[in-house]
Ligand binder design. Structure first.
Ligand code: SF4
Length: 339
């Protein structure tokens, strides 16, 4: 067993060097936060893998030794912290940590920008710049370094549009030799690109799934979520319900209630038809973005009225309060930009 103080990590651009206690040196490229333990063993052997993983995940998770994303600002309000990071290519991403009575949730970004361009969301305003690597996703989690019991892929970006790296990040998070995070504490929140949603269903992963629906007809959904125009709303719902049946887990539907747009009696009827008597919960949210001519923030009465109609139709429903609005950390407020 090598003593901790014999481990030295030296950053040389993207090249890392381990000087182990036997005095030998191992060089490796890319940040170890992008590797599973077994991959690391294959490339560098057990000794180096054990030392690096101990240093990275057990000793001091927020250590800067292997960090490639640079924290440039931290904003706080009583229940929420927002971390702003600079990436190697001078892009900015944001990560949010929310404290609730039930525990602490961290909301991770998966892309720099977003091609989906939902009209209620700041993250997609300038389109997609690039996908984040699994390593950049994991480093957000490590830097937050709180006692987190829930991880949600709900920050900047559409996680299923960066399928490979997000799935890799999930495997790294749950790696027994690393962070050993419980799989069922991880949620993917998606607008539901069909091929990727279908692929996710085939994975043997006991994660949670949230489908951001926000509309009950194709025309309204196309308007609110322009990046999903090629995917039928009916097929998207059917695929999400099929995931629910296959994995026997509760499906969450996120529904941003927008008065005059998606809160009609017809909307509630359709939701009841699709989700009544099913293992589904609809989370109703209100708009947090900048004042606009088109989008109105639903008030408590409107939210409660809509929720009651759903409940009367045997749909499990709840109102989700936005956290972090004052520090622009609520859903739809995260910004991806060039610095
Ligand atoms: S809500 Fe999600 S999918 Fe839509 S633009 Fe924002 S980050 Fe992209």
């Amino acid at each position: 067993m090598y003593a901790e103080n014999k481990l030295k990590g030296i950053i040389m651009d993207t090249k890392y060097r381990i000087l182990n206690s036997e005095g030998s040196i191992t060089d490796f490229f890319l940040c170890p936060t992008g590797f599973l333990y077994n991959e690391f063993v294959t490339n560098f052997g057990c000794t180096v893998a054990d030392e690096v993983f101990y240093s990275l995940y057990k000793k001091n998770r927020s250590s800067s030794i292997y960090r490639q994303i640079i924290p440039i600002n931290i904003l706080t309000d009583p229940s929420t912290k927002k971390y702003v990071f600079k990436l190697y290519d001078n892009r900015q991403i944001e990560t949010v940590c929310i404290k609730r009575r039930t525990g602490t949730t961290v909301c991770l970004s998966t892309q720099s920008g977003c091609s989906v361009r939902c009209i209620f969301c700041e993250s997609g305003k300038n389109g997609l710049h690039r996908n984040l690597s699994a390593s950049e996703i994991i480093q957000q989690f490590l830097f937050v370094n709180e006692n987190v019991n829930r991880i949600v892929f709900m920050g900047i970006g559409e996680p299923l549009n960066n399928y490979e790296e997000v799935l890799k990040a999930i495997h790294i998070l749950r790696d027994r030799k690393g962070l050993d995070f419980p799989t069922d504490g991880i949620t993917i929140s998606t607008v539901g690109p069909l091929p990727a949603l279908h692929r996710l269903k085939q994975e043997s992963l006991k994660i949670q799934l949230t489908l951001s629906l926000h509309a009950t007809d194709q025309v309204t959904r196309n308007e609110l979520i322009p990046g999903m125009v090629n995917f039928s709303i009916n097929e998207t719902i059917s695929e999400a319900l099929s995931w629910q049946r296959k994995h026997n887990r509760k499906l969450t539907i996120a529904y941003l209630l927008l008065p005059g747009i998606n809160d009609s009696e017809r909307d509630s009827q359709r939701l009841v038809q699709w989700f009544g008597h099913k293992n589904v919960i609809i989370n109703l949210m209100s708009y947090n973005g900048p004042k606009s001519l088109k989008l109105v923030t639903a008030n408590n009465n409107q939210l409660h009225k809509f929720m009651e109609i759903l409940k009367n139709g045997f749909v499990d429903a709840a109102i989700r309060k936005a956290n972090g609005g004052k520090i622009n950390a609520a859903c739809g407020q995260l910004i991806a930009k060039e610095i």
